[in-house]
Ligand binder design. Structure first.
Ligand SMILES: *Cc1c(COP(=O)(O)O)cnc(C)c1O
Length: 423
C-alpha cells in the first residue's frame, strides 16, 4: 500500500502520476457563481455529463429529423439494434457474458420484472430476505411483491441486520438466519454495495450460501456498476439489476442494466412478462407469428427502447471502454485510501468512518459519521464548494470517482471539513 503523506504537494504529486488524469477533461464539471469548478463528490448519486454525450444524442436527433421512421434501419446507428451496441461493454463492466446482459427500462421496473420470474412463492417457501438498510425503492418493491402474492409483508419480509450498535452486516448473521428459516426463504435480494455504508458484499459467498438453502439470489448493483468488480457471472447469482445514472454517468433517470445468469438463458419455462421486444428478433416484424421467445437476458425486454437515453449510455460506455475497469478500480482504491488517510490524520474524535476499512469491501465511497452534527454542517460544506450527500441523522457520503475526481479534490474536501469542525 502506498505510503500517503499529508500536505498539498503530495496531492499534486498523486495527480501528476495518475495515468487516468486526462479523463477528467472529458467531463463537464459543475461550477460555482464565480465560474470555479465545484468539488463533485456525488457520482454515487448522479454521475457527471461526458462532453461527448451531446454529440451522441445529436446524431440520433439528426437521423430522426432527416430519416423519420427509416432511421430504424437507415440511421448511422440503426435504432432497431441500438441496445446491442451497449451489451458488450456493459457486460464487461459488470463481469458478465453478453448473453447475460441487456439494457432496458428503469431500475425499479427491472427489479419487479426479475421478481416476476425469480420470486415464485409456495405455501412453505415464500419469504424474501433483504439487508436491513436497503435502498427504500428496493424495500417498497419487495413489500409490494409480497402483497401481490397475498402474503403479509411483515410476515414475509426478513431483514439481515448488522449486530446491535454496528453499521456493517456480518455473514455469520446471514448464515444464522438461513439455518433457522432458510427453507422458508424463496428469494434473497441484496444491494451489492450498500448505498448508505458503502459496504461491498461478497456476491459469490452470499449466492453460495443462498443456493445451499435452496433460495434464489439476486442483487441490486446500482451502487456497484462502474464502481467495483462485480464479476456477476462468476458470482453465480440468478439475476441482477443496476441503473446507469450513478457511476455510469448516463444522465438523470437513464435506463437500467439487467443480468440473468446464463443457466437461465434458454429456460422457456421460467415465467415472465413479455412484449414484442422479447420476441425472436428475426421474425418480430412479421407481427403475426406465435410468440417465439428470445434466449438470454434480451428475452426479458418488453418495448422498443428510448434511443436518446441509450445514446447517452453509449457515450459513457465508450469512455469506460477506454479507461477500463481494472485501471479505474486501481485508481479508485488509491483515491479512497488517500481520503481515509487524510480523515484519520485529522485526529478528530467527532469523525467516524462507517464504510469498511478493507479496500476489497468497498468502492469509491466513504460514509462519514459526524458526532453532534446536524444538517447545518453539511450545508456549510456545500456552501464551501463541496457537493456531497447528507443522510439523516449525521452521515456525509462522499464518493471520489476515479474518472473525474482528482486527488486534489480529496485534499480540499478534507481541508474544508477540518476548518468546519474547528469552527
Ligand atoms: C439509485 C437506486 C435506486 C433507484 O431506482 P430507480 O428505479 O432508478 O429510481 C434503486 N435501488 C438502489 C439500490 C439504488 O441505489
Amino acid at each position: 500500500m502506498t505510503h500517503f503523506k499529508t500536505g498539498i504537494e503530495f496531492a499534486k504529486q498523486l495527480d501528476k502520476t495518475d495515468v487516468l488524469s486526462d479523463f477528467r477533461n472529458q467531463f463537464h464539471i459543475p461550477k460555482n457563481h464565480h465560474g470555479d469548478p465545484l468539488i463533485y463528490m456525488c457520482g454515487n448519486s448522479l454521475g457527471l455529463q461526458p462532453k461527448s454525450t451531446q454529440s451522441y444524442i445529436n446524431q440520433e436527433l439528426e437521423d430522426w429529423a432527416n430519416l423519420g421512421v427509416e432511421g430504424h434501419t437507415q440511421a448511422k446507428n440503426p435504432w432497431l439494434n441500438y441496445h446491442e451496441y451497449l451489451t458488450g461493454s456493459m457486460a464487461q463492466i459488470v463481469g458478465a457474458k453478453p448473453i447475460e446482459v441487456v439494457v432496458m427500462n428503469t431500475l425499479t421496473v427491472n427489479l419487479h420484472l426479475m421478481m416476476v420470474s425469480f420470486y415464485k412463492p409456495t405455501k412453505s417457501r415464500y419469504k424474501i430476505l433483504i439487508e436491513a438498510d436497503a435502498f427504500p425503492s428496493d424495500k417498497y418493491a419487495v413489500e409490494s411483491q409480497l402483497r401481490h402474492h397475498g402474503i403479509n409483508e411483515k410476515e414475509g419480509l426478513i431483514l439481515w441486520h448488522p449486530p446491535k450498535g454496528e453499521n456493517l452486516a456480518k455473514y455469520e448473521d446471514l448464515e444464522q438466519i438461513l439455518k433457522q428459516e432458510g427453507n422458508q426463504i424463496a428469494l434473497i435480494m441484496i444491494g451489492a454495495v450498500n448505498y448508505y455504508t458503502g459496504q461491498f458484499f461478497d456476491l459469490k459467498h452470499i449466492t453460495q450460501l443462498g443456493h445451499k438453502y435452496g433460495c434464489v439470489v439476486g442483487f441490486d448493483c446500482a451502487h456497484g456498476a462502474g464502481n467495483v468488480a462485480l464479476n456477476l457471472h462468476e458470482s453465480g447469482a440468478d439475476f441482477a439489476t443496476w441503473c446507469t445514472y450513478k457511476y455510469l454517468n448516463s444522465g438523470p433517470g437513464s435506463l437500467s442494466g439487467c443480468f440473468v445468469h446464463e443457466r437461465h438463458a434458454y429456460n422457456k419455462e421460467l415465467n415472465r412478462f413479455t412484449g414484442w421486444w422479447s420476441h425472436n428478433k428475426n421474425t418480430r416484424f412479421k407481427m403475426r407469428d406465435d410468440f417465439d421467445l428470445m434466449p438470454g437476458a434480451e428475452g426479458w425486454q418488453l418495448s422498443n427502447p428510448p434511443i436518446l437515453s441509450m445514446a447517452a449510455i453509449k457515450a459513457s460506455l465508450d469512455i469506460f471502454e477506454a479507461a477500463t475497469m481494472p485501471k479505474l478500480i486501481e485508481k479508485s482504491k488509491l483515491l479512497t485510501g488517500y481520503f481515509e488517510f487524510l480523515l484519520h490524520e485529522l485526529r478528530s474524535d467527532r469523525i467516524h468512518i462507517i464504510t469498511p476499512t478493507n479496500p476489497d469491501e468497498r468502492g469509491c465511497q466513504l460514509s462519514i459519521q459526524v458526532k453532534n452534527a446536524d444538517k447545518s454542517l453539511f450545508n456549510q460544506l456545500t456552501e464551501a464548494g463541496v457537493i456531497a450527500d447528507w443522510r439523516e441523522p449525521d452521515v456525509i457520503r462522499c464518493a471520489p470517482t476515479p474518472l473525474y475526481n482528482q486527488f486534489l479534490d480529496v485534499y480540499n474536501t478534507v481541508n474544508i471539513l477540518k476548518s468546519l469542525l474547528n469552527d
